[in-house]
Design a protein around this ligand. Sequence first.
Ligand code: MSP
Length: 643
Amino acid sequence: MGKDNFYVTTPIYYVNGNPHIGHAYTTILADVLTRYHRLLGVESYFLTGTDEHGSKIQEAAEKSGITPKEQCDITFSRFVELWEKLEITNDDFIRTTEDRHKIVVQKILQDLFDRDLIYKSEYKGWYCLPCERFFLEKDLIDGKLCPECKRPVKELVESNYFFRMSNYQDWLINYIKEHSDFILPAFRANETLGFLRQPLSDLCISRPKFRLSWGIELPFDNDYVCYVWFDALVNYISAIGYLSDEKKFKKWWPASYHLMAKDILTTHTVYWPTMLKAIGLEMPKTIFAHGWWLTDSEKMSKSLGNVVDPMSMSERYGVDAFRYFLLAEMALGQDASFTESGFIQRYNADLANDLGNFLNRVTKFILKQENPVIPKPGEENGDDKEFIKEVLNAVNVMESSIVNMRLDKGIEAVLGAVRAGNRYMEKTAPWKLAKEGNTERLNSVLYNAAEALRIISGLLYPVIPEKANVIRKSLGISDDKIVIEEFKVWGKLNPGLKVFDTGVLFPRIELVEPKVEEKSEHSKPVKESSKVEGVMELISIDDFFKAKLKTAKVLTAEKVKNTEKLLKLSIQIGEETRQIVAGIAQFYPPEDIIGKSIVVVSNLKPAKICGLESNGMLLAAKREGQLKIITVDGDMPSGSSVG
Ligand code: MSP
């Protein structure tokens, strides 16, 4: 490639809904890779942004009764807020509604049109509105459903403009075959080659304005706007100065990595390379498609309504822990399942027990000494050598895991070094050495353990920047410049640095008992130790009757603003009308629950949920991402007792 700079991109995210964990993952991954390259001293540029045109956005705006521009502005700011919260260090954020982008898209369209690489023709096809894509009949599920989102497609016939994508089929096949790192992981390259076994058709790049007006107007026909994907992909070059700042563009193009999940593999490995070829630009070095975050084996997505909110996760458990979990848990390239209990288990094991404990042991021990500073080590013995080897091995593994895009493996190796640190402490038993007055050996052990923590914190810095700095601070390192070269050399930690107690690095999280959404709003976490999986705690009948269960009739129901999960219900219990807030919005549209006879716990203490008073709790059954409200079979007046 002949270019040492590192330019990484994330997909630009649609602004029809709030950011979720999938968006957060790709962006954190890009952030961590960029931070590593910065540590390596490589000049880096990290681009993210929002995809703001197309029918998805127009529809979302219509639904909310606002203009598409307002829809974009509101949602764009949620992405910006989240990236700030998650300590994302992007160098630029591009919005496709910005002039700097629109001008470039129009120039490219005009140029391709002038060179007859874009032409007008009749189009007939099966169109999926939510996915904004035409599909071939053979690809539909049961001949009528979208293969991506499984919703019904519509047959459309209209005049449109086409990009001569088919011209490039043979070239693209050869390019992929000749460049083994162009599409990664390698099995994704095979998927694209499989797709290219069929004749490649030309790409419809326009949408008539009568159907969709929210887009970039075609410069040669103002009855049409540009197809959102043709517009969006251009962001990778418009943001870095293509056709506007030649010097900047030369500096960063071609991109080192376009990161994304497998859902948008074809657009990135077929549309984008052929567009670049037609424009006359070099190919990006690597297009990397990671797997999906799943809930109960379904892809997490706004349209499926099963998303995890990254903002609330990081507020509850801390930003660094959230970043750590996402990167450590997903084997890059494969799918991974997100569950809160999985999160808590890994947090407690890796961060609270292993890393937190190691730091705590080392600093607390040094702080107990008369002179609480990093001691001067003596001669190394066999135990020391073995431990040092293990730590330095983690440096090598991490370095190669960045190059090979297996960050999860790198993190695993660093955690291996942390565990080796805890074993080293046990084996060398500094408390015994202190008792025996063996100061020279004690100093060596404490120095080695602290030096390991310096290296470990440096290796983990891109993943957990804030906590890594806390570790460095507690070792007395005031210099905040971390250089990777310094990880490879043992002994860089200066004896004499004053050690600090910076508190518990990652406080243990108590496991919360799994329960239906609704219940979690009211009840308290249960201590991990008090709950043994598979063993049911027995209660007396008196305990059971403490809960006053009553039948109730739902009078009204509406979604709670700015939340995805909550419905506000007014219910009638006998003579009384009450308000309850229930976490069922993802399972029941408001209109489906009005009139139902449900069962509620009527004597629950009132709780405030999202600022709204909830006076009671409805009962529901929940399993594997499904939720069903418990209803009364047949006629029964509201307020009847249940039990
Ligand atoms: N706007 C297009 C991308 C245009 S890029 C020129 C788009 N946007 S999106 O909002 O749907 O974002 C898709 C991307 O978000 C995925 O490719 C991935 O990076 C991330 N993810 C969204 N859901 C995801 C999961 N459930 N799991 C992992 N990542 C996912 O497509």
